[in-house]
Write a protein that binds this ligand. Structure first.
Ligand code: PGA
Length: 265
């Protein structure tokens, strides 16, 4: 079985959270698309606030560098009386092929459960979106040696509704230790690698359980998030199982985001 990183692309994703008005989002989009070389690598994705998604996707049409756009959340139902929510189908129709799911802010500020995240992943896949399933432990969970247990539980619940091997193959995983998000504290490359390696071995079992080959897990992208910045991007990306970065704070300025993208080439 090949474990070569050569088999995977590198993905750099920017999570803009609840920052950027429509005008600011468009400005940042243009700065990023004009600053990136049109090379295939790295893959780049941006996750603007939902209200800017369609306009950002439209602005990127014809951009020499392909940049995927995504939503930061969806509801797990196809449609309905859910005031304030958006559906997977709406994201897809707005030109966003991706969606972040189970981000720690959704889990810990808005009380999203493992089960709800799992339903969202299944819904996203059914609508043809690429879900980025976020998992990560809190500080007390790390300090009591429960990191692997927590991320395994979140991963398992996140893909529980995905019975098809081809669909599972479309899921991207983001490991984001909660204690590293927005805190300036990054997991060290070896701390990150340890968890990514664990997640990949869990994915091997998940592919096998769905009658697929364990080897298929070698193609799943597992990206790291949590205070990723221009000065730590290259060393994180050197680790064999870290296939990209999910960037929050440093994605809000084109300078720092472009530097991270360059570190990934
Ligand atoms: P951060 O956020 O880079 O600001 O730590 C990462 C994230 O929440 O995805």
């Amino acid at each position: 079985m090949s474990t070569s990183k050569e088999r995977r692309s590198v993905l750099i994703a920017g999570n803009w959270k609840m920052y950027k008005s429509l005008g600011e989002a468009l400005e940042l989009t243009v700065e990023i698309s004009s600053g990136l070389p049109p090379s295939a690598e790295p893959l780049v994705a941006i996750f603007p606030p939902a209200i800017a998604l369609a306009a950002v996707a439209e602005r990127l049409q014809g951009s020499p560098k392909i940049i995927a756009v995504g939503a930061q959340n969806i509801h797990f139902e196809k449609e309905g009386a859910f005031t304030g929510e958006i559906s997977a189908e709406m994201v897809s129709a707005a030109g966003g092929p991706m969606v972040l799911l189970g981000h720690s802010e959704r889990r810990h500020i808005f009380g999203e459960t493992d089960e709800a995240v799992g339903k969202k992943v299944a819904r996203a896949l059914a609508a043809g979106l690429t879900p980025v399933l976020c998992v990560g432990e809190k500080l007390d969970e790390r300090e009591t040696n429960r990191t692997n247990q927590v991320v395994s539980r979140q991963l398992e619940a996140g893909i529980a509704g995905v019975s098809d091997v081809a669909q599972l193959g479309r899921v991207v995983i983001a490991y984001e230790p909660v204690w590293a998000i927005g805190t300036g504290k990054t997991a060290s490359p070896s701390q990150g690698q340890e968890v990514h390696k664990h997640l990949r071995s869990e994915l091997r079992a998940a592919f096998v359980a769905r009658h697929g080959s364990a080897d298929r897990a070698e193609r799943t992208l597992i990206i790291y998030g949590g205070s990723a910045k221009p000065d730590n991007a290259a060393e994180l990306l050197q680790e064999p199982d870290i296939d990209g970065l999910l960037v929050g704070g440093a994605s809000l300025k084109s300078d720092s985001f472009l530097k991270i993208c360059r570190a990934a080439t």
